[in-house]
Design a protein around this ligand. Structure first.
Ligand code: C2O
Ligand code: CU
Ligand code: CU
Length: 456
């Protein structure tokens, strides 16, 4: 039975080619055959049903990142959508007999009982998320609500979702994803360890290398998503606007902040979203402004360009108060749990572990009670962007001090820095069932750095 109060979308996952680098065709795996996939726009509180049909040669799994989603539609890593055409092995079924391995088409139901936010959907198949997302399986899913719509923020063509992702290409235009062999690889002369995460030497924005956007001399809302497998960015504007403070952050992973915050630059780890307002009215007409990556070098130091081509009437401003946010605090927590995120040996290979274990789909690592508030303390050896499904959280502390400048707001992914401890607080409400938390460096994730929590 179809729900008349639901919006229905149909997406076919298929192979295609795209002109990404001028003059070459790049084979991709795309939602609707495009990279990024189509942007889905939904209303908060209104169910979105997305039917995915898999015409790729491999099984897939679709996860709505940031979605407050019932477990059976969350895209658990072994809940496969099987290839419609070719032959396949029910690989995940061997690990998890309960996994649903019989569909070539699958209906994902998203009730979206959550605030307006920049969500995204991407592949999540166990052990193969990195290569699948790298080939193109990622798209935006924007959720809107009345609270946000009532604010005078830049909208329409002055709202730009920017999916930032790095890729490496072979001469014929095909993407170079290092093989599954966890040894050293050479990407354009640079020795790179696949184990650390796969990096490209070209930055793409919405699938295009170093694009230009023509803008009016007024405010724009940039919905920045770092969809890279492993690369972190430190974004800034070059030249900076007079007086600095290039970015006014209005939102984070899970929607609007309570109040805006200004930044000269913004560090973005994989899977994080930053909603940034830039006022191009601070630049003279005719200026070219580059969005740079201060952590990059050569081809990875530039992200995109803006050309300020025309005068504009001011039609937006940023209010001092943005959203009402439930302030969770320590006294509400029933428990504090600690998890270490570390490299380690898994069998005869190097892998990544949480609490000393590589991922197993048959082990429940944590069982939060429905409705409980918990503090989770994460400790890292190297950089790990940690993501929890189902919930949003607030960062309570970083390095046993105040949260950092990029930790504000409702988050679902937090960047752990080497040797640092981060505490987050979350309420496990909404749905019972089995969910994952993991490192969003996709190679770390594929090499074991994922665990299960079951809300009971
Ligand atoms: Cu964006 Cu479990 O992932
Ligand atoms: Cu997620
Ligand atoms: Cu990691």
């Amino acid at each position: 039975a179809r729900n008349p109060d639901a919006d229905r979308y149909e997406i076919v996952q298929r192979e295609a080619t795209m002109e990404i680098l001028p003059g070459t065709r790049t084979p991709i795996w795309g939602y609707q055959g495009t990279f990024p996939g189509p942007t889905i726009e939904s209303r908060s509180g209104r169910t979105a049903v997305v039917v995915h049909r898999n015409e790729l040669p491999v099984p897939t799994v679709v996860h709505l990142h940031g979605g407050h989603t019932p477990a059976d539609s969350d895209g658990y890593t072994t809940d496969l959508v099987l290839p419609a055409g070719g032959t396949h092995t029910a690989h995940a079924g061997m690990h998890d007999p309960a996994a649903k391995v019989t569909q070539v088409e699958r209906e994902y139901v998203y009730p979206l009982r959550q605030k307006a936010a920049t969500l995204w959907y991407h592949d999540h198949r166990m052990d193969f998320t990195g290569p699948a997302v790298y080939r193109g399986l990622a798209g935006f899913h924007l959720v809107r609500d009345d609270e946000e719509d009532s604010l005078p923020l830049p909208r329409g063509e002055r709202e730009l979702p920017l999916m930032i992702a790095d890729r490496a290409f072979a001469e014929d235009g095909s993407m170079r994803y290092p093989s599954i062999d966890p040894t050293l690889h050479t990407v354009h002369g640079v020795e790179e360890s696949y184990v650390e995460g796969v990096l490209g030497d070209v930055i793409l924005v919405n699938g295009a290398p170093w694009p230009v956007a023509e803008v009016s001399a007024t405010r724009y809302r940039l919905r920045v998503l770092n969809a890279s497998n492993a690369r972190r960015y430190d974004l800034a504007l070059d030249p900076p606007p007079p007086g600095g403070q290039a970015f006014t952050q209005i939102g984070s992973d899970q929607g609007l902040l309570d109040a805006p915050r200004v930044h000269d630059h913004v560090t973005v780890a994989p899977a994080e979203r930053f909603d940034l307002v830039v006022d191009f009215g601070r630049y003279p007409i005719g200026s070219e402004v580059t969005l740079v990556n201060r952590l990059g070098a050569g081809g990875t130091a530039h992200v995109m360009r803006f050309r300020v081509t025309r005068r504009a009437t001011e039609d937006s401003h940023i209010p001092d108060r943005l959203a009402d946010i439930e302030p969770l605090d320590r006294t509400q927590a029933t428990v504090t749990r600690e998890f270490s995120f570390r490299g380690g040996r898994i069998g005869d290979r190097h892998g990544w572990t949480i609490g000393g274990h590589p991922f197993s789909p048959t082990r429940t690592d944590v069982r939060p009670r429905l409705g409980d508030v918990e503090i989770w303390r994460f400790v890292a050896d190297v950089h790990h962007p940690i993501h929890l499904h189902l919930v949003h959280f607030r960062v309570l502390s970083r390095g046993d001090r105040e949260p950092g400048p990029y930790d504000a707001g409702r988050k679902d992914t937090v960047d752990l820095r080497p040797g640092e401890a981060v505490e987050v607080i979350a309420r496990f409400d909404g749905y019972r069932g089995r969910y994952m938390f993991h490192c969003h460096n996709l190679e770390h994730e594929d090499m074991g750095m994922m665990a299960n929590f079951e809300v009971f």
